[in-house]
Design a protein around this ligand. Structure first.
Ligand SMILES: N[C@@H](CCC(=O)N[C@@H](CS)C(=O)NCC(=O)O)C(=O)O
Length: 198
């Protein structure tokens, strides 16, 4: 399988954490790509020009990260990361949406912070930061479980991105339960081995 990736993408990290958790890392060849430059090979496999994009062994190209992670869960016979049914499934998918939701605000917010100051930019930044902050508050009120599944992986990757791009400790203020959960969850190899570095 071929994975279009960029080294610091938190969505790519999520995919790699799933691959490590399921023992599939050795089956993935990494293909470095800059999605913002819209390279022809990435566009041929992903018209939205985003990473991650996975090309499976049968040639099908898959995006975005929730789809790729669920595809990886269909390979091999390691314990599943996507609970099959019932409350456990909906809870895991909800935590995935919360982690991805933090990233869907935090990633473009960085882009806005790099633009010249003007009213529309400042309004967008406020809106992104409010979404990040509300979601971290909601996670403090209902902390993910300790075991590794798609929900806990997604939340850990999102909090790791906040540490990486917004300064360690900021989200931890006023969120002691979530901080304790994160410190414990960091011990899992799929998370400790994928910590982003510049
Ligand atoms: N919802 C997508 C988001 C992927 C995404 O936004 N990736 C960023 C890199 S962190 C990207 O490729 N951005 C390029 C662009 O927006 O043009 C997923 O879960 O995979």
């Amino acid at each position: 399988m071929k994975l279009y990736y960029s080294a610091t993408s938190p969505y790519v990290r999520k995919v790699m954490a799933c691959a490590i958790a399921r023992g599939l890392e050795g089956r993935i060849s990494l293909h470095n790509s800059n999605p913002h430059a819209s390279p022809a090979d990435l566009l041929a496999d992903n018209p939205t020009s985003k990473v991650p994009c996975l090309v499976a062994d049968d040639g099908i190209s898959l995006y975005d990260s929730p789809v790729i992670c669920e595809f990886l869960d269909s390979l091999g016979d390691a314990p599943p990361l996507f609970p099959a049914a019932g409350a456990a499934r909906w809870r895991a998918l909800k935590f995935q949406a919360m982690g991805d939701g933090i990233l869907d605000a935090a990633v473009p917010c960085r882009g806005e912070l790099g633009r010249p100051k003007e009213d529309a930019r400042d309004a967008a930044i406020l809106r992104y930061k409010a979404a990040m902050s509300r979601t971290v508050d909601a996670l403090e009120a209902d902390v993910p479980h300790r075991h590794v599944d798609i929900g806990s992986i997604a939340v850990a990757c999102a909090l790791g991105y906040l540490d990486f791009r917004y300064g360690a400790d900021r989200w931890r203020d006023g969120h002691p339960k979530l901080s304790a959960w994160y410190e414990a969850f960091l011990q899992n190899p799929c998370i400790s081995r994928t910590v982003p570095k510049d």
